[in-house]
Unconditional design. Structure first.
Length: 175
């Protein structure tokens, strides 16, 4: 694999630069990044909802089609809300992500105590406490945190993905 990357290290480097720049833009403009993501999700939910409705129309006699119609309508409604009321969608998405971080952090903390005798679990404890802290910070600042939270997460992800790709390209070039 390293030989393949070494052959095309410039492409990997270019991709890393693009990701890093997108990450920096998202970190500088977190609301823009979050709203862009929100609009994209709105379009995806709308398309998925209508595609499912189209399929159900053809398979109307199939058992469970009523629940699939309700699911399709929910996708369409959420898609429309995300498109026409992006801040409302952003508020709910931020709240749910904070809830996910909190619950996941609690589960990781419980797991770390159970694993403590078998393996070193200090990184798991650190990760769990960090997730719980992030959730508390977001909830403490909610609804204002919706303006920066999702865009910041996307920015951090893109930036470090870019740095990783740049490092990989430069390592492969010199290998």
């Amino acid at each position: 694999m390293l030989l393949q990357i070494a052959k095309h290290w410039k492409f990997v480097l270019f991709e890393g630069i693009i990701f890093s720049v997108l990450g920096i833009v998202a970190l500088l403009f977190p609301l823009f990044a979050a709203l862009s993501l929100q609009i994209l999700l709105g379009v995806l939910f709308l398309v998925a909802g209508f595609a499912q409705l189209f399929r159900i129309k053809a398979l109307w006699q199939m058992p469970g089609s009523v629940s699939l119609i309700l699911s399709s309508c929910l996708l369409v409604i959420v898609g429309l809300i995300f498109l026409f009321y992006p801040m409302g969608g952003l508020l709910s998405m931020t709240f749910l992500l904070a809830l996910l971080f909190f619950v996941d952090g609690c589960f990781k903390l419980i797991s770390s105590f159970r694993l403590a005798r078998a393996v070193r679990s200090s990184w798991l404890v650190f990760s769990a406490l960090l997730e719980i802290l992030i959730a508390i910070i977001v909830w403490a600042g909610w609804p204002t945190s919706a303006v920066w939270f999702i865009g910041t997460l996307v920015g951090i992800h893109f930036f470090f993905a870019g740095i990783t790709l740049i490092s990989l390209a430069l390592f492969a070039k010199n290998a």
